[in-house]
Design a protein around this ligand. Structure first.
Ligand SMILES: O=P(O)(O)O[C@H]1O[C@H](CO)[C@@H](O)[C@H]1O
Ligand SMILES: Nc1nc2[nH]cnc2c(=O)[nH]1
Length: 291
């Protein structure tokens, strides 16, 4: 990609951010991305203002069941928020740059902290369906094949050429999440681990699940990592959580089969707990001018 194409991408994000800022009075400091079946989070926002993705300039469209495809502005526990009720995935056919455009739009709208949720398969055999895993680190499998949202000329207006990723998942926010989970009585189903992203859309084979576990992954999914890389590049703090919606099949004796209906059903069962967890954490966020 040429320097001018990179500049066009900046202008594309700027146009979208300016359009949104002129269409709402909310000035969000918190951005939320809802995972599969977790769109209920957006319904917690007070005085909501809803924009369909199809009405927002330059926005991709949601094509996956369980992703409503709208951007909701409002306040959550007193904090001005923008919430993606539906995210984009590589397997939908978008480029990695397109699926992460909303993160740059968040940045240009003034967002400081991004909360991401996803549904994921549990690779760690100590986990169970319905567990909530705070993500402490990731493995970017598509990145090993050159699929990284920062590929191409770097635009310094967003961030540096070589951003650090060893601090991608904010330590303080993870501690806050553990404290809040403990207060809410959620410790029994709270985990903390490593999320591995694959391109999808096929679920993993048994051999692939075994390999990913051996590599140190606790959960596997098809999202979040690209968004986190883009958000961190732009200097936003990130907190991400996986709902363990199904256990990855690790044995040739197993009759289990991963499927999207189970993923959505687990989301429905754990929805209220997840919503309480996220809204309480957001309510306790402190933003100063440098964070
Ligand atoms: O990561 P989210 O968007 O929660 O969705 C997860 O659920 C879908 C598979 O059921 C995949 O898209 C996977 O990434
Ligand atoms: N790749 C992948 N994504 C998921 N999303 C929800 N469950 C799964 C899973 O088992 N594998």
């Amino acid at each position: 990609m040429s320097e001018s194409a990179s500049s066009e991408r900046y202008e594309e994000c700027r146009t979208t951010a300016d359009w949104l800022l002129s269409s709402t009075k909310v000035r969000p400091t918190v951005g939320i991305v809802c995972g599969s079946g977790m769109g209920g989070l957006a319904k917690l926002l007070k005085d909501p203002q809803v924009f369909k993705y199809s009405d927002i300039p330059n926005f991709p469209q949601s094509t996956v069941h369980g992703h409503a495809g709208q951007l909701v502005f409002g306040t959550l526990n007193g904090k001005p928020c923008v919430c993606m009720q539906g995210r984009f995935h590589l397997y939908e056919g978008y480029t990695v740059q397109k699926i992460t455009l909303p993160m740059r739009v968040f940045k240009l709208m003034g967002v400081k902290t991004v909360f991401l949720t996803n549904a994921a398969g549990g690779l760690n055999q100590d986990y169970k369906v319905g567990d909530v895993m705070i993500i402490k680190d990731h493995i970017n499998m598509p990145g090993f094949a050159g699929i990284n949202p920062l590929f191409g000329p770097n635009d310094e207006r967003f961030g540096v050429r070589f951003p650090c990723m060893s601090d991608a998942y904010d330590r303080e926010l993870r501690q806050l999440a553990r404290d809040v989970a403990s207060e809410l009585g959620y410790s029994d189903f709270l985990q903390e681990g490593v999320y591995c992203v694959l391109a999808g859309p096929s679920f993993e084979t048994i051999a692939e699940c075994r390999m990913l576990r051996n590599l140190g992954a606790d959960a596997v999914g098809m999202s979040t990592v690209h968004e986190v890389i883009t958000a961190r590049h732009a200097g936003m703090r990130c907190f991400a959580m996986s709902l363990i919606s199904n256990m990855s099949v690790m044995s040739y004796d197993s009759q289990e089969k991963a499927n999207h209906e189970e993923v959505l059903e687990t989301g429905r069962l754990r929805a209220k707990d997840l919503e309480k967890l996220v809204s309480t954490i957001v309510g306790r966020l402190e933003h100063n001018s440098s964070s």
